[in-house]
Write a new protein. Structure first.
Length: 301
């Protein structure tokens, strides 16, 4: 198969430049790591940015407690192999402390509860820059983000306070209490990420590949039934299907897709031919027209 990845190099160079600017302009950055393909790509880019030295900042995962086991296993193994500090903060602790309230019902999810845990962790460690894997093609609220996206001292995002970014000039000056979310792969698409993973032969969690899984269908979407996390009505029938996940967020809001893609090459071909966004399998984006916008304003991601 002819793999045209000629467009990847400029994106890689831009991302490496941004990561180096984060390290140069901020005192205490952190890379937000979920174990998903975008954050795994960020880790590889950070490796290249500082090679042969180690990545000079920690990875941090805000764990909902409802993550896919395959993702958690991969997260821990990767951090150990790289010799990078891994910070984990748990949404369950925020629930136990009464800071957030667990949702209930058939669409209950902990995904939105991550915001409080994330903001508490930023304050705990005094991080002034958080590197994330958001891309502008994912969702319209994210399309508004700058590469250096300023958050106020409450962790909130205000589109009116964002700075213009002319050419490749990145302004990291912040006031006391503010912090910045930095998005090195803002200009990448889902296909760009997968093409880069293919080109670099980057290992990813097995859940991204087609596998047989006990599932059920609700609202035209395929949900995992191999756990006690996802709410299931008595009349929702469990069947074994050949599926994979295009995104690996909280299990309670991340649906699977039918697929026979068992290799990177097949995944790339599948994504290239797909007419549906990867976030079409995220139920939390469907709660309202402005769901992501509101969460972002509150400090999410």
């Amino acid at each position: 198969m002819n793999k045209d990845t000629s467009h990847i190099n400029p994106l890689e160079n831009e991302a490496i430049y941004i990561i180096r600017e984060v390290a140069a302009q901020f005192e205490k950055p952190v890379l937000l790591f979920s174990g998903g393909k975008d954050s795994i790509t960020l880790v590889r880019l950070a490796q290249k940015a500082f090679w042969p030295a180690k990545i000079p900042f920690p990875l941090m995962h805000i764990d909902t407690g409802h993550n896919f086991p395959e993702t958690i296993e991969f997260r821990d193994r990767l951090a150990k192999e790289l010799g990078v500090e891994l910070i984990v903060r748990n949404v369950q602790d925020s629930i136990d402390a009464g800071k957030v309230k667990e949702e209930s019902g058939r669409y209950a999810s902990r995904n939105s509860l991550q915001t409080t845990t994330l903001l508490d962790a930023i304050e705990e460690f005094k991080f002034d820059a958080c590197i994330g894997g958001a891309r502008r093609d994912e969702e319209k609220a994210r399309a508004k983000e700058r590469i250096f996206s300023v958050r106020d001292d409450f962790g909130q995002w205000d589109e009116k306070s964002q700075r213009p970014e002319l050419f490749d000039m990145l302004n990291g000056d912040i006031e006391l209490g503010q912090n910045v979310r930095c998005f090195p792969i803002s200009n990448w698409t889902e296909l760009d990420v997968w093409s880069y993973i293919q080109k670099e032969e980057i290992e990813i969690p097995s859940i991204y590949f087609a596998h047989k899984r006990k599932t059920f269908v609700r609202d035209g979407m395929i949900w995992s039934a191999e756990d006690d996390i996802v709410f299931r009505d008595e009349d929702e029938v469990v069947e074994e299907r050949l599926v994979r996940f295009r995104t690996v967020g909280d299990m309670s809001c991340t649906a699977a897709v039918l697929s026979d893609a068992v290799s990177i090459d097949k995944v790339v071909s599948e994504i290239r031919d797909s007419s549906i966004s990867e976030r079409g399998a995220r139920i939390d984006d469907k709660r309202s027209e402005a769901a992501m916008e509101k969460r972002k304003q509150q400090g999410y991601f």
